[in-house]
Design a protein around this ligand. Structure first.
Ligand code: DOR
Ligand code: ZN
Length: 346
């Protein structure tokens, strides 16, 4: 008999949906699987103001298929200019969180923060109203090796921040290392993490052995196998309630990925929940999938659990070679032209 599994409809607590034609091309994939998604604000220009976020939210809603009940949760992009007054206004307007991009760390991060500790009054205001800080946890110091940037961020920025402001809620986004998993597991209940499917399924060999695979390139970059294993242990382990689903699905046109200076970002939205099911299945921990995908994040953010359910069947599913992305572009998903061993049934 085919194995099947029904879980509360999941939420994606880290999602890039872009804007315009790209938005229309990608958001239906997430809306099919997820009930809610935390929308990343790294548009060009970034979403720094409440009014921009509310207008962006309307464009997302307008791009949804008819009858969709998908709910975008909005975040604002933290800059050196953000003020405590903006934090209070954002909270009052229903913004869920602020996203920290260290300036220069990744795609569209030029407007990001140059000195986090120069923003203490802003972070204190966030702690006061209970708004989480979502952290892209990599240093941008040119002298630090790209594979060490997350671990060094923990030492230089995150640990001092947690000591300085222990009441601030922090989500360490898309963690990639054993050090990050350990920090989150040992930290207070104010600290949690999202984990992507790629960092649970792939290691840096999958990026570089046998040729450079641009569709496996994201930031933070894939790490060694021992780190991948540590992430799997973390989401199944005794502190698993602190880890939750955040795909970081980040679409870029095929031409922007397959070129001399390819963009960082992996598009996983069409098969996100299936990829996570594979991870938990391989770990012999399918009973932990629902908590990771549909409970832990909601609880951390103080949101109600979703009412709807989805059903997954263990049955090989062929992933499309590409999707259409705007007028002339293609979008290559993770696992393009290969199979994933689970299928969400509509
Ligand atoms: O790989 C990534 N892509 N990492 C990020 O932090 C940003 C994202 C994007 O927006 O493309
Ligand atoms: Zn991201």
């Amino acid at each position: 008999m085919t194995q099947s599994l029904t879980i509360i409809r999941p939420d994606d607590f880290h999602l890039h949906v872009r804007d315009g034609d790209a938005l229309a091309a990608v958001v239906p994939f997430s809306a099919r699987q997820m009930q809610r998604a935390l929308i990343m604000p790294n548009l060009k220009p970034p979403v720094t103001q409440v009014a921009d976020a509310l207008a962006y939210r309307q464009r997302i809603l307008a791009a949804l298929p008819a009858n969709s009940t998908f709910e975008p949760l909005m975040t604002l992009y933290l800059t050196d200019q953000t003020t405590p007054q903006q934090v209070y206004a954002a909270h009052a307007a229903g913004m869920i969180a602020f996203k920290l991009y260290p300036a220069g760390a990744t795609t569209h991060s030029d407007a990001g923060v140059t000195d986090l500790f120069g923003l203490m009054p802003v972070l204190e205001a966030m702690a006061e109203v209970g708004m989480p800080l979502l952290v892209h946890g990599e240093v941008t110091d040119k002298t630090i090796d790209i594979f060490d940037r997350e671990a060094v961020f923990i030492e230089r920025i995150l640990q001092p921040l947690l000591i300085e402001l222990p009441e601030l809620k922090v989500v360490f986004e898309h963690i990639t290392t054993a050090q990050a998993a350990q920090l989150v597991a040992e930290a207070s209940e104010c600290v949690a993490a999202t984990v992507t499917p790629q960092h649970l399924l792939l290691n840096r060999n999958d990026l570089l052995v046998g040729g450079v695979r641009p569709h496996h390139f994201c930031l933070p970059v894939l790490k060694r196998e021992q780190h991948r294993q540590a992430l799997v242990e973390a989401i199944c382990g005794p502190q698993s309630h602190k880890f939750f689903l955040g795909t970081d699905s980040a679409p870029h046109a095929q031409t922007a990925k397959e070129c001399a200076c390819g963009c960082a970002g992996i598009f996983s939205a069409p098969i996100a929940i299936e990829l996570y099911a594979e991870v938990f299945d391989k770990a012999g921990a399918l009973d932990k999938l629902q908590a990771f995908a549909s409970e832990n994040g909601a609880r951390f953010y103080g949101l109600p659990l979703n009412q709807q359910t989805i059903t997954l069947r263990k049955e090989p599913q062929m992933v499309a070679e590409h999707f259409v992305y705007g007028d002339h572009a293609h979008l290559i998903p993770l696992r393009a032209g290969e199979t994933v061993s689970w299928r969400m049934v509509d």
